[in-house]
Design a protein around this ligand. Structure first.
Ligand code: FES
Length: 298
């Protein structure tokens, strides 16, 4: 049937069934359409499992009694060289019952790990991201399985029902912006080395790993569709005032980053997990890694 035939029928309310094979995964496509969604499912699955496992460490769950505070050592931050290299999965550090942030946490929540108090926000930001939605709807929920590939169910109701929570993305974005100065402060802490009472500056491999992490997360967050809209949406004057000119410049930066938002999304996720793994490997005797000081230090 020619395209104009189909268009003519649809304008008269007559639905036209596309010549799609039925049965999950059946298609006339001959290319490797399944490779992308399969690789994405594996990648996201590994990232989710790793962050969940690490997020549950440093807690007093009986099943994790070999790890974390119960085991008497910490894998949240490297302290051995006198500097403080904190894993981004635990920043800002909230230890229930201890310190400034952890103090107000009610005692019945002290079983929670520090990561559990904060990961809800980055997880919410990524979970509602426009790019990730496309990726995991396909990879995990087969909505759709692929273009011109039959999926296991026919219904499609869009982002209604429970999925209206995806509209919270803009608010998660505001919170994600607040994480950038917090993580930048962690980079600053990592260049401050202390012994008994002397203060030195230095740069370790951990500093560089943390710095790359902040830069990657900045690229991901500033290229966010919602951020770009907040900066440039509704503006019809780019030049009238200094503020408008500044907004225009920010909008151009955001647009440039937005063009490769997928890459920022995927690589920044990897680097967050790698940064955490680096801290973990430098603190757990199992790995025997050391955070090498490149310049200065004690
Ligand atoms: S659209 Fe991806 S972070 Fe906002």
């Amino acid at each position: 049937m020619a395209d104009w035939d189909r268009e003519y029928l649809s304008t008269r309310g007559i639905s036209v069934k596309l010549p799609l094979r039925s049965g999950f995964g059946r298609t006339d496509r001959v290319d490797g359409w399944w490779k992308g969604p399969t690789a994405m499912a594996a990648y996201l699955g590994i990232m989710i499992m790793y962050s969940t496992w690490r997020g549950m460490m440093e807690a007093d769950f009986w099943i994790f009694e070999d790890f974390g505070r119960s085991a008497g050592y910490s894998t949240m931050a490297i302290e051995s060289n006198g500097s403080h290299v904190l894993s981004p999965l635990f920043s800002p550090l909230i230890i229930p019952g201890q310190g400034t942030f952890g103090g107000p946490i009610p005692e019945f929540l002290w079983w929670m790990s520090p990561a559990m108090f904060i990961l809800i926000f980055p997880a919410g930001f990524r979970g509602t991201c426009y790019y990730y939605r496309k990726a995991y709807y396909r990879a995990f929920f087969q909505q759709p399985t692929g273009c011109a590939v039959s999926k296991p169910w026919n219904e499609y109701s869009g982002e209604t029902g429970l999925l209206v929570v995806q509209n919270l993305h803009r608010y998660f974005m505001y919170i994600a912006l607040a994480y950038l100065p917090i993580l930048s402060y962690d980079v600053w802490l990592s260049v401050n080395f202390h012994d008994a009472d002397v203060h030195h500056y230095g740069i370790s491999v951990g500093t560089i790993v943390l710095l790359i992490n902040v830069l990657m997360l900045t690229g991901y967050t500033v290229g966010c569709h919602a951020f770009r809209h907040v900066i440039g949406g509704g503006s019809n004057d780019w030049t009238g005032t200094p503020m408008n000119r500044m907004k225009y410049r920010m909008w151009k930066v955001s647009t440039k980053l937005n063009e490769s938002h997928k890459e920022w999304a995927l690589y920044s996720l990897f680097w967050v997990m790698f940064t955490d793994f680096y801290v973990y490997a430098c603190t757990d005797p199992l790995f025997g890694w050391n955070d090498i000081v490149i310049w200065g230090g004690i």
